[in-house]
Design a protein around this ligand. Structure first.
Ligand code: FAD
Ligand code: NAD
Length: 468
């Protein structure tokens, strides 16, 4: 095997594999080093893809159980095969990792399985299972080692009863009950999966809202919808500790009166954020520096203090999102190639795959208020959408925030059916700085969910909606 490359990528998540593919397309001799046996990183193996597979399966089940009869479809004895649910998820992951093997070979990228550790700024040692370590030289390195679940004081993750999202995606039996610490993105997606199949779910969140970093109206709306589905949400509650009782997990916490309470459920899922992963990377043998939150420090070119070493994705600052990592992978490959790529960080969408879905881009109302910026609001409820009524998907709204002077779109926030896909059109509008008027003076197919956005643009512009 060749051991000298133009570009060596460490980590094969969405950041790493996108970087490797773009580098190879640009003519660089490229290698990718991955410590796990499969490619794809967190996203493909234990993140985006398996959660969406389980979210889809459980959504079908829940819809069949709760809505089919209203549609006039009567199913007798509907039941859930939990093992098959998990097996299908595993199969979806397998299809995706196999797809990545194909892409690596199609793009002639050398895949090296093993753990990379810098021995100097132009060389890594790759430790391999049952094989001698190898030394790999690179002109450039791209660190894309991602992140790992973090925890809080008093809570020790044992992966048995006190678990992370990784274990929650591969349980062998349907849990009767689960406590989720953290009502962020992982917390609300996992709560959706398990509540839909009849698990009793309690979320304990430290802040005063679910998904607190997004538009505040989302948290309120989601809490209402979760209550309808039997999910218990405890806000402003402070977890004190957890205990593995063998076949259950106990969580102690202070309620809003500062009274100590305890809840015992089959599992406790810890979803309080993730931390950058740099363990064992040998950064001490380079000039690469970490910031105060242990993320790799990079400049605007995503270059570390070692000019030939770049870093991307979850291991650096910014939202921990697969599409952000991917953009950065392409950005770095093109930068090394002498191009001048650009990432508009303000226009990276955030999506939460609850049902209805939540999607957001640009500024929130809270951020605009903080900046002292004037803005107009156009808000349209899906209840008033003919498409949503036909589909029995009337929950949620589309909200656009625009600049009062020229109508420039400042933020788009949607909670509603297919919000994850709807947000894309708004991002195009924002990237090219079109106005709310530009956005409503184009034709939207009827009846579609996208008409809710047209109505929101009509309202924000001051012209007024057609359908409310
Ligand atoms: P990762 O995907 O974390 O990949 C890093 C890779 O580097 C890993 O494979 C690791 O084994 C490897 N590695 C680490 N150290 C070494 C070493 N020394 N040598 C060799 N290899 C090494 N984001 C979204 O945008 N949409 C979603 O729907 C979504 N859902 C998620 C659901 C869950 C449950 C979780 C946990 C995350 C989710 N995310 C989602 C976040 C997303 O997974 C991450 O933002 C994304 O994977 C980051 O990509 P990355 O390339 O930076 O790192
Ligand atoms: P998060 O930052 O989204 O949420 C963590 C939550 O835990 C916050 O609401 C926070 O207030 C709460 N919290 C913190 N300390 C607490 C405490 N002591 N007690 C109770 N609650 C506490 O993190 P996450 O949900 O673990 O997700 C990790 C990362 O993975 C996120 O950055 C996210 O972007 C990414 N992710 C993305 C998607 C998606 O794009 N759909 C899905 C899953 C995960």
């Amino acid at each position: 095997m060749d051991t000298t490359f133009d570009i060596v990528v460490i980590g094969s998540g969405p950041g790493g594999y996108a970087a490797a593919i773009r580098a190879s397309q640009l003519g660089f001799k490229t290698a990718i080093v991955e410590k796990y046996n499969t490619l794809g990183g967190t996203c493909t193996n234990v993140g985006c893809i398996p959660t969406k597979a389980l979210l889809d399966s459980t959504q079908y089940y829940h819809t069949a159980a709760t809505k089919f009869a209203i549609h006039g479809i009567n199913l007798k004895d509907i039941s859930l095969d939990f093992t098959q649910l998990i097996n299908r998820k595993a199969d979806v992951v397998k299809q995706n990792t196999a797809g990545l093997n194909y892409l690596m070979s199609k793009n002639k990228i050398e895949v090296i399985t093993g753990t990379a550790s810098f021995v100097g700024s132009t060389e890594i040692k790759v430790s391999r299972l049952n094989e001698e370590p190898i030394l790999i030289k690179g002109t450039y390195f791209i660190i894309a080692t991602g992140s790992k679940p973090s925890t809080i004081p008093g809570v020790t993750i044992d992966k048995k009863r006190i678990i992370t999202s990784t274990e929650a995606l591969s349980l062998t039996e349907k849990p009767k009950s689960i406590t989720i610490i953290g009502g962020g993105v992982i917390g609300v997606e996992m709560a959706s999966i398990y509540s839909r199949i009849g698990t009793e779910v309690t979320i304990i969140e430290y802040s005063d809202s679910l998904i607190p970093t997004m538009d505040r109206e989302f948290g309120k709306e989601l809490k209402k919808l979760f209550a309808k589905n039997g999910i218990k949400v405890l806000l402003n509650h402070k977890v004190q500790g957890t205990v593995n009782n063998g076949d259950t997990a106990a969580v102690t916490f202070l309620d809003t009166n500062n009274t100590l309470q305890e809840i015992t459920t089959d599992y406790c899922l810890v979803a309080v954020g993730r931390k950058p992963y740099t363990e064992g990377l040998g950064l001490e043998n380079t000039s690469v520096k970490l910031d105060d939150r242990e993320r790799i420090s990079v400049n605007e070119k995503l270059q570390t203090a070692n000019p030939n070493i770049y870093a991307i994705g979850d291991v650096i600052a910014g939202p921990m999102l697969a599409h952000k990592a991917e953009e950065e992978g392409v950005f770095v490959a093109e930068t090394i190639n002498g191009q001048k790529p650009h990432i508009n960080y303000n226009l990276i969408p955030g999506v939460v795959y609850t049902w209805p879905e939540i999607a957001s881009v640009g500024f929130t109302e809270e951020e605009l208020k903080k900046q002292g910026k004037d803005y107009r609001v156009g808000k349209f409820p899906f209840l008033a959408s003919a498409r949503a009524r036909a589909a029995m998907e009337k929950d949620g709204f589309a909200k656009v925030l625009t600049d009062p002077k020229y109508g420039e779109i400042l933020g788009i926030h949607i909670i509603g059916p297919r919000a994850a896909d709807l947000i894309a059109q708004g991002i195009i509008g924002m990237e090219y700085e079109v106005t709310d008027e530009d956005m409503f003076r184009i034709s939207y197919a009827h009846p579609t969910y996208s008409e809710a956005l047209k109505e929101a643009y009509l309202i924000s512009s001051g012209q007024g909606a057609i359908n409310i």
